[in-house]
Design a protein. Structure first.
Length: 278
């Protein structure tokens, strides 16, 4: 059985952070974590076990829900290490968790994509992206395209004011998301990658709400809709939401980074609410 620091490194790599430095700093550094980078390195090297109140911040940064298989594995190893490991830990933990089954991990292709083809926006990049409607759509457009664009070309395609687009592109370049070519055109710094928002990190709720407003304002015809009302236990629906999340991730398999026949942005939104106790 792997120790906590071994499982932490495994989960961090699977989340798409190939180094400890990227994991710590692209999640906001000291603004998010309750400890320094030096102390985090002690945790990854197995010299220290994090305090219980630090675990939630680590899990959020890993983009893990507590009911996911990877999270269960990480938390179990944390408990074992905290109890000193060995027979004492087994004596306490085995009766408690021997009958528990964790939700399965995602499909292999999605797991590979998350580890190798995703770029986690830092809080600073995400804040810059949410600054205005023009900035947001310019960022989405260039991060979803493999070409180079002038402000005028992009303004025409996105149906935005050229001056607003020119200003937006410069702000995204300053934030480090875009590069400017010698010809005066712009392209994404991370071409061919899939971007994830740090929306669950503390302090990012306002930016996420702002972007949701941009998406709602965009409108567009309904492409598909389905509703289902079920009576179920809360635990069962918690597991089901993980299946929904995996299905949502699967939409990236259809994504393209170049123009094609009838290509466009499709907004897919999942929502689950408990409407009545019964």
């Amino acid at each position: 059985m792997l120790s906590f620091h071994e499982n932490l490194i495994k989960a961090r790599s699977a989340a798409g952070f190939d180094t400890a430095y990227k994991f710590y700093h692209r999640n906001g550094g000291r603004k998010h974590f309750a400890f320094t980078f030096v102390h985090y390195m002690r945790i990854e090297k197995g010299a220290s076990v994090p305090k219980p109140e630090w675990l939630e911040r680590i899990m959020l940064a890993l983009r893990l829900l507590p009911t996911q298989a990877e999270a269960r594995e990480l938390l179990m190893s944390y408990l074992r290490d905290s109890l000193g490991g060995g027979r004492c830990a087994d004596y306490i933990l085995a009766p408690l968790f021997s009958g528990q089954s964790a939700a399965g991990a995602g499909p292999g292709a999605m797991t590979w994509m998350k580890a190798h083809s995703s770029v986690h926006l830092s809080p600073e990049e995400f804040t810059a992206m949410a600054a205005s409607e023009a900035v947001y759509w310019c960022a989405e457009a260039l991060c979803s395209d493999g070409g180079t664009w002038s402000p005028e070309e992009l303004a025409g395609k996105l149906e935005l004011e050229p001056k607003a687009v020119a200003k937006a592109l410069e702000s995204l370049k300053k934030a480090g998301l875009l590069l400017k070519t010698p010809a005066g055109k712009y392209k994404c710094r991370h071409q061919g990658k899939f971007f994830t928002y740090p929306g669950r990190l503390e302090g990012m709720g306002a930016q996420l709400e702002t972007i949701n407003g941009y998406l709602e304002k965009a409108g567009g015809p309904e492409f598909f809709e389905r509703l289902e009302l079920v009576r179920a236990e809360e635990g069962a629906m918690s597991n089901f939401r993980l299946q929904l999340a995996q299905a949502m991730d699967g939409a990236n398999a259809y994504a393209t980074h170049s123009a094609g026949q009838n290509t466009g942005f499709y907004l897919i939104k999942l929502r689950m609410r408990k409407v009545k106790s019964f």
